[in-house]
Design a protein around this ligand. Sequence first.
Ligand SMILES: [Zn+2]
Length: 357
Amino acid sequence: MSQPGSTSGTGLRRAPVPRLPQVHQIVLPTPWDVGPVQVYLVEDEPLTLIDTGVRTPESRAALEAAFDALGHGLDEVERVVLTHYHADHLGQAQTLRDAGARLEVWCHADDAFLCENFSAERDENVEGTATLFRDFGVPEELIERQTRMRRQWIREDPLCDPTRVDRRLRAGDLVESKRLAFQVIHAPGHTPGHLLLSEETTGTLVSGDHIMGNAVPFTENCYVEGAPDPADPLARRPRFQGLPHYLASLRGLRGGSFRTILPAHGGVIEHASRAIDDALLFYEVRIQRIQRALRKLDAGRPVSAWQLWERLFPKADPVTQMRTRMLMVIGALDWLEAEGAVETTRRDDGVLVHRAL
Ligand SMILES: [Zn+2]
């Protein structure tokens, strides 16, 4: 898992930003297709770990080896800051506590509930996703197969333990240590409470999954508690609309003075503004494609998100490759509707359908 510039075998890359000698990148294995996850040790007072990796023996051994190379023990960690609640970030926070570390866990207020109550069931959001896909026209038989498959996964080890959150962060808060101060930027989209950490004097941004070196994140799209918006004629249940949030938070980063991005996946990003533009472009191109497909398909007649999915991804496997693509189609429709480019109505069977304006 080591990279160029790392000390051999430990997955440790010392001071990837030379102007920030206290911050080290540690590459930890995951059993997933996403590949390894990168966490960051801020070697200062308090000793701070940003994200923690999944809870597996391999990941723990890799973390231990990197700490060892720096002359620390896992029980010395005094603070964990989480970019978001997903298992490859939250996974070992409780492991560190169990190893004897008297540490505080900090994360954004909007992800705190899921950090404290993490379960595979909640993370996979099986029921919520089934309802969402039903509302957007996915055939019942396919929803049932998806649900069965995800329930099967849930029975497997989620590689993550929940843990107590000691501080709920908000935009503008500072994560300070003796010689450094990171400012919290709230960047919802991938999760509702995803946060970024900005170190202004060196133009460094710790980006979690918001901006990655090797991929663009999916955006969450889940129903949330609360009454429908009284202004919505369709009385839709309130939903966290990840894609519009994601694009807005990316646009907010444009024109910032970032030079280097330290992501959770995909190395170190040296051309920060290009990476931000690339992530925006990725989704902008897909939104345009979805808008074009809608125009072609509807000919004035409203169509469901599922019909769009079938048109856009004729070669994709509807069982294994449907979920993230469907979340993208729904996200794009959210964005287009907010822009006034799409009108959404409800079919007699309750399914939401859409028409290009
Ligand atoms: Zn994630």
